[in-house]
Write a protein that binds this ligand. Structure first.
Ligand code: UT7
Length: 323
């Protein structure tokens, strides 16, 4: 049986740091409020002209180098993003050309903050089916491009960044199971009101490319849903909480992460937390946290990792894997 395993990880953060003190100058907020409600102390912002594809390219190069794989060996590129460089072509195609992987399949996945997890599951299925041997999976975002810096309820939460993994066919797992879910009935709680087909509606109230979120409602559904999903994931794999070495969660809010850790009976020392320094980078969040955990030496080969994310759609997804 063919499995997929992570051969290498990489990530990239833009240089500019936005601290809570910087945001205090823009909106009626405080470092105390942001840190205590979310755990965030700073986040990164892409430079003028720096795109999602630029961040993805840096992260991808690092993942390829870590895996010892040449871009020309790739059979597939799947990129999770809600902030593509262009409406089309897909950012995955722009990335493919810059990497020199021309010819392989390349497409984007939009599952909001679960984008990387969806992309990982898609690539895993291609490898399991035998049609792909080597895949590049990326989560990359420039969320700060669609924030309203007059809206304190959203502008303090998000940041820019990218992470990537190279997946390879292997006779050993690797990825043990992935779970993907969505419920479009929750669209009204977290969305961006503009689009090509719906129209840019620039003359409407709340017009413009911006994140609209009813944060406290999203929070409640996220905690309950993640609770349910981690149980479902363990059950699907026939595993127990005690089998997990590391939880690598979506980095939206430290309080949500702590709730999931409690559900898994994991001490916070077994949870990778980057939200304090990255904020919520949407699709970038899980692969950024994974790469940081690998490069710091926390995550070791042979350990069991539970990755999870929750975001607009709503979408939610997990992957249980042996690193
Ligand atoms: O990644 C995609 C999924 N997204 C998430 O998972 C985000 C989930 N939601 C959250 O993380 C939290 O709900 C937030 C961090 C967004 C908000 O925290 P909260 O504890 O749920 O606060 P709240 O929305 O209930 O607001 C409490 C108060 C309100 O004031 P009043 O009505 O009590 O007077 C807000 O107006 O905090 C106020 N507030 C702020 N105050 C200072 C909202 N934003 C700010 C702010 N600074 N930046």
């Amino acid at each position: 049986m063919v499995h997929s395993r992570i051969a290498g990880t990489g990530s990239y953060l833009p240089h500019k740091v936005i601290t809570n003190a910087d945001l205090e100058k823009l909106v009626d907020t405080s470092d105390e409020w942001i840190a205590s409600r979310t755990g965030i102390r700073e986040r990164r912002m892409a430079a003028t002209g720096e795109t999602t594809g630029d961040l993805a390219f840096e992260a991808a190069q690092r993942a390829l180098a870590a895996a010892g794989v040449q871009a020309g060996e790739l059979d597939l590129i799947v990129l999770g993003t809600t902030t593509p460089d262009l409406i089309f072509p897909a950012t995955a195609c722009l990335l493919q050309h810059r990497l020199g992987a021309n010819g392989c399949a390349a497409f984007d996945v939009n599952a909001a903050c679960s984008g990387f997890m969806y992309a990982l599951a898609v690539a895993d299925q291609f490898i399991r089916s035998g049609s792909v041997r080597k895949a590049l999976v990326v989560g990359a975002e420039t969320l700060t491009r669609m924030l309203d810096y007059g809206d304190r309820s959203t502008c303090v939460l998000f940041g820019d960044g990218a992470g990537a993994v190279v997946l390879e066919a292997s006779d050993q797992p690797g990825i043990i199971t992935t779970r993907l879910h969505a419920d479009g009935g929750y669209k009204h709680l977290l969305y961006n009101p503009v689009g090509v087909s719906a129209g840019f509606q620039l003359d409407q109230p709340n017009a413009g490319v911006r994140v609209m979120m009813t944060g406290n409602e999203v929070f409640k559904v996220a905690v309950k849903t993640l609770d349910r999903m981690v149980g479902e994931t363990l059950e699907a794999a026939g595993m127990h909480e005690s089998d997990i070495d590391w939880l690598i969660p979506h980095q939206a809010n430290l309080r949500i992460i702590e709730a999931t850790a409690r559900r898994l009976k994991l001490p916070m020392e077994r949870v990778i937390v980057t939200v304090d320094r990255h904020g919520n980078t949407s699709s970038g969040s899980v692969p950024l946290a994974l790469d940081e955990a690998v490069r710091s030496g926390k995550v070791q080969r042979g350990q069991t990792l539970l990755l999870e994310a929750f975001g607009g759609g709503f979408t939610w997804a997990s992957a249980l894997l042996r690193y």
